[in-house]
Design a binder for this molecule. Structure first.
Ligand SMILES: [Zn+2]
Length: 101
């Protein structure tokens, strides 16, 4: 199995299993998601999420989430990525040449 050419975000350190367990223990296996109301989810959780997307696998960038909150966050990030993509499909107004005005 090769990691070259695979999705950058899917790359995890060799000691990921250990890091994951440490984060779960630190958080007491409880979801750390904070809702817009300021309340913490607190549901039993066994999924470890990267707070900031990317390759920072430091415990400070990791948190425990329940399956529900993790799915929601992942869906939100995917939607964000879709929005960030250039809208090539959109019908464009024909561009007028600046010199023809
Ligand atoms: Zn949760």
């Amino acid at each position: 199995m090769t990691w070259e050419g695979s999705d950058r975000r899917a790359r995890l350190p060799h000691d990921w299993a250990l890091r994951r367990v440490r984060v779960l223990r630190r958080d007491g296996y409880r979801c750390r998601q904070v809702f817009t109301t300021g309340e913490r989810c607190g549901a039993p959780g066994s999924e470890v999420d990267h707070i900031e997307r990317g390759d920072n696998h430091d415990p400070t960038n990791l948190q425990t989430l329940c399956a529900h909150c993790h799915a929601r966050k992942t869906a939100g990030e995917a939607a964000e990525a879709r929005r960030a993509r250039p809208r090539a499909q959109r019908t464009r107004e024909p561009e007028r040449h600046p010199g023809s005005l």
